[in-house]
Design a binder for this molecule. Sequence first.
Ligand SMILES: Cc1cc2nc3c(=O)[nH]c(=O)nc-3n(C[C@H](O)[C@H](O)[C@H](O)COP(=O)(O)O)c2cc1C
Length: 184
Amino acid sequence: MILIIYAHPYPRHSHANQLLLEEIKDLPTVKIRSLYDLYPDFNIDIKAEQQAVEQADLVVFQHPLQWYGMPPLLKLWIDKVLEHGWAYGHDGNALQGKSCLWAVSSGGNEQHFELGSYPNFAALAQPLEATAIYCGMKWLPYFALHNTFTCDEVALRAGAQAYRQRLLQWQSTCQPQAGESSHG
Ligand SMILES: Cc1cc2nc3c(=O)[nH]c(=O)nc-3n(C[C@H](O)[C@H](O)[C@H](O)COP(=O)(O)O)c2cc1C
């Protein structure tokens, strides 16, 4: 199962991320949890989130880039859900062996992140990458949809199709075969 942990502060106002979700939501193994719809009061149901993650083979963190980072509810989700004794520490192996994909949209174009003293995009990925690795997850090359401020509808839809292809490709190459445990 592919679990999309989706964090858009204003899901109804999203265009790029909404297109990404539209393109993948019919895939039978995809489950989407829209954090800002589920927890408008930021009162995260930790057990429900952990149960959803336990069923997943691939956990996707999808969000718009905000000030070079993630929206606050996703940061809170990580702080609350990745508990000691569950995600890490003694007997904390719930995430062990699962794959992790960062799927991010950005208003700026790709070159912006390579200019002057800006940290490049791979550097921006590092806090989430380190978190995933710390919890024993397999970090996949990130998926980025850049340039959402100025690119046209055709480019956005092509990006959404590329997202679908990434998930299908993961499914065909990495998903455990029938009868094989997904938790290793
Ligand atoms: C508060 C805020 C901060 C943002 N920070 C960045 C940023 O640091 N870099 C960037 O390229 N885009 C930034 N953006 C632009 C968003 O990433 C962009 O609008 C979003 O990816 C478009 O997706 P959507 O249509 O689903 O909202 C920011 C937008 C907001 C609202």
